[in-house]
Design a protein around this ligand. Structure first.
Ligand code: IMP
Ligand code: MG
Length: 174
């Protein structure tokens, strides 16, 4: 996409590469949770494409729930607040947090701390992209799509000022 009103977006991870990687993640999740029920907790809005494609490849009993946070980022800090969560009945459940990108780790850390008092059996993290070099809080990632450098990416659910989420590939914004 490139015209005078749009910034240049360079294709970075193709839809074929995404599909391929997602199939492998789905297989890992199936193997780890054989015939167990799971709750996929989808982090809105960025994870919608990833979650929709991943969950359709998992041949297990999967309950889908959503969490929506608001985060205000400046250069030095991130302030995260809960906007809404579609259920809190997580006692004894196996939860997998489905996240688009783990960057500083603050979002996943916030969600894990929010969930812990709800007494789930387990909490795992599945992310499409991992920006390891940006980490400020260590978080365990159980299923990771791709490690990426410190680049700003859009597409396949991910946005810049709420734009570009519907691109079928992951691009780098220039
Ligand atoms: P963290 O709390 O710093 O780990 O931030 C994670 C959230 O920041 C992700 O869920 C994304 O919504 C957002 N984010 C981080 N990097 C990018 C990016 O390159 N493009 C779009 N969103 C990003
Ligand atoms: Mg996000």
């Amino acid at each position: 996409m490139n015209n005078h009103t749009n910034p240049t977006i360079e294709e970075f991870i193709t839809s074929i590469q995404i599909k391929d990687r997602i199939s492998k993640l789905a297989k890992c999740i199936e193997l780890d949770h054989q015939s167990q029920k799971l709750i996929a907790l989808i982090v809105l809005k960025g994870s919608i494409c990833f979650a929709a494609d991943l969950l359709r490849e998992i041949d297990l009993d999967v309950q889908i729930e959503f969490i929506h946070l608001s985060s205000y980022k400046d250069d030095v800090s991130t302030d995260i607040e809960m906007k809404s969560i579609s259920s809190e009945n997580f006692s004894g459940e196996r939860i997998i947090i489905i996240e688009d990108i783990v960057d500083t780790g603050k979002t996943v850390n916030y969600i894990s701390e929010y969930l812990a008092p709800l007494k789930p059996k387990s909490i795992q993290v599945c992310c499409l992209l991992n920006k390891k070099s940006r980490r400020q809080i260590p978080v365990q990632i159980d299923y990771n799509g791709f490690d990426i450098e410190d680049l700003f990416v859009v597409g396949y659910g991910m946005d810049f000022n709420n734009r570009f989420r519907n691109l079928p590939f992951i691009g780098v914004l220039n």
